[in-house]
Design a protein around this ligand. Structure first.
Ligand code: 5FU
Length: 273
């Protein structure tokens, strides 16, 4: 049977990776499987959003390169708010280069991603060397955040005409299975169990983060395609990622509460609770 029918609490107990355990613990503690996609342009807006929405979210998703004023206070402010509100941070950087380059982009560099992001994602367009490179950095003996960092493979995308489908998505699963020390799951529109065949091992519990979620809109003008929170969760998503549906709403706090309730109720239904 699929892991996605198990409660987060059970998955938290059984998961091999400490970052996945913590994700499920946070979800359970806050009764939230919502991730805000905080696509802000300044540190002030970013930190304000994190403080306002912090109580209602499990994870705060950043595109740190959107900030025009990234500085020490951005990073320390984010880390303080993550501690204050007990949320995790996902940097949606979509690493895609050769191993040597992504190590530098992940650790140090201008964006300092390894310092603040518990979770990052990578595309395997270039093969699994990118995963090995990031895993090497995450597991280095002198790496400060060992056991507190993990990654997701970008295995599907939500845009019209996406090429990340079929055999490509299947390849992502093969790579994930081989790198369970660092890969905890996928960015995907649904559980990927239908690609896995019958050999899905008992210790296999991939976490699914789902972008392209909006309660009221179907598309944007640039190819984005949405499903609703309850659709995403019922199809096996574990955490829904919402950007404009929340931060561009007239009242973002009211909006996040709405998304939190809809997706938590869908999770309870899926897990027969
Ligand atoms: F990998 C992906 C994808 O396939 N679709 C996405 O929409 C990532 N995203 C991100 O989720 C995108 O870069 C935005 O940060 C966010 C969606 O924002 P929206 O305002 O909810 O459309």
């Amino acid at each position: 049977s699929s892991k996605s029918t198990l409660p987060y609490a059970t998955r938290a107990k059984n998961h091999l990776h400490p970052v996945a355990r913590r994700l499920f613990d946070v979800a359970e503690a806050k009764k939230s499987n919502v991730i805000i996609s905080a696509d802000m342009g300044t540190t002030e807006e970013l930190l304000k959003l994190a403080d306002q929405l912090g109580p209602y979210i499990a994870v705060f998703k950043t595109h740190i390169d959107l900030l025009s004023d990234l500085s020490d206070s951005t990073i320390s402010g984010l880390k303080d708010l993550a501690a204050k509100h007990n949320f995790m941070i996902f940097e949606d950087r979509k690493f895609i280069d050769i191993g040597h380059t992504v190590q530098q982009q992940y650790h140090d560099g201008a964006l300092r991603i390894s310092e603040f992001a518990h979770v990052v994602n990578a595309s395997v367009l270039a093969g699994d060397g990118i995963i090995e490179a990031l895993e090497q950095t995450m597991a280095a003996p002198n790496f400060l955040y060992k056991d507190e960092r993990a990654m997701l493979i970008l295995s599907e995308m939500t845009t019209a005409g996406s090429l990340a489908t079929g055999d490509y998505t299947r390849f992502c699963i093969e790579i994930a299975k081989k790198h369970k020390k660092s890969v905890i799951g996928f960015v995907a529109t649904q559980a990927l169990t239908h690609f896995r065949g019958s050999e899905g091992g008992e210790d296999e519990d991939f976490v699914i983060f789902t972008t392209g979620v909006n309660a009221t809109t179907k598309v944007d003008s640039l190819g984005q395609q949405y499903q609703t929170p309850s659709s995403a969760i019922s199809r096996g998503s574990d955490f829904i990622i919402v950007g404009r549906g929340i931060y561009a709403a007239p009242n973002p706090v009211a909006a996040v509460k709405h998304y939190q309730k809809e997706s938590w109720d869908a999770y309870l239904a899926r897990t027969n609770q």
